[in-house]
Ligand binder design. Structure first.
Ligand SMILES: O=P(O)(O)OC[C@H]1O[C@H](OP(=O)(O)OP(=O)(O)O)[C@H](O)[C@@H]1O
Ligand SMILES: O=C(O)c1cc(=O)[nH]c(=O)[nH]1
Length: 185
């Protein structure tokens, strides 16, 4: 499948129009519902293949992928299967019982990881994951996402010393949507 064809399927399956409050508190007239593409086995496989390829390019020395919960876990799992790299899961909050982990899955201090995210808007969610990973002694220099909404996330991450590579820019997806977005609700 070509990059453009996969982008078209993301729009077809997941682009919603309406009035949405985003994680950052901003409002938007559109929303890319990642769970609509991550729950499709064909799309998940295709995205995992592309994220694995991108991880090899941007961080060839990575020994693990890292997926922030919840949305990026399926993507990290798919990219892990495609690349053979193990992955870890970054919780939003430390678990309050059992292992009391913030980061799930085995790792060693000093491991170089490549972050995998679904959608980046302000970069706030990824910045929190970068802090959690660095606090645990992991090295993070690169992050991948499926869609960069181009609303400051890349610059915010750059200020933390993390480069963001997106499979798709929102402006390209929106330009190609040709009325494919679904009304929400
Ligand atoms: O770049 P930001 O401004 O931080 O916004 C993007 C983040 O917000 C969404 O997560 P959401 O809060 O929907 O969490 P979920 O993965 O738990 O569903 C999205 O999946 C990113 O993680
Ligand atoms: O910024 C967000 O919260 C956000 C935007 C978007 O398009 N999709 C999503 O899952 N989250």
């Amino acid at each position: 499948m070509t990059v453009d064809a996969l982008g078209g399927l993301l729009v077809e399956h997941a682009l919603l129009e309406g009035d949405f409050v985003l994680r950052s508190g901003r409002r938007s007239s559109w929303y890319l519902d990642k769970y609509r593409f991550e729950t499709s086995p064909d799309l998940l496989r295709q995205l995992g293949d592309r994220l694995a390829e991108a991880a090899r390019e941007v961080e060839p020395g990575a020994v693990r992928l890292a997926g922030p919960a919840l949305g990026a876990v399926a993507l990290a799992a798919s990219a892990s299967m495609a690349s053979g790299l193990p992955f870890i899961i970054v919780r939003g909050e430390t678990k309050e019982y059992g292992t009391a982990n913030r980061i799930e899955g085995p790792f060693e201090r000093g491991d170089l990881v490549c972050l995998v995210e679904d959608v980046v808007t302000s970069g706030g969610a990824l910045a929190a994951s970068v802090s959690a990973l660095r606090d645990a002694g992991l090295i993070v220099r690169n992050a991948l996402c499926v869609v960069d909404r181009e609303e400051g996330g890349s610059d915010a991450l750059a200020r933390l010393g993390v480069r963001l590579r997106a499979l798709y820019r929102a402006s390209d997806l929106l330009a190609a949507r040709k009325g494919a977005a679904k009304p929400h609700g």
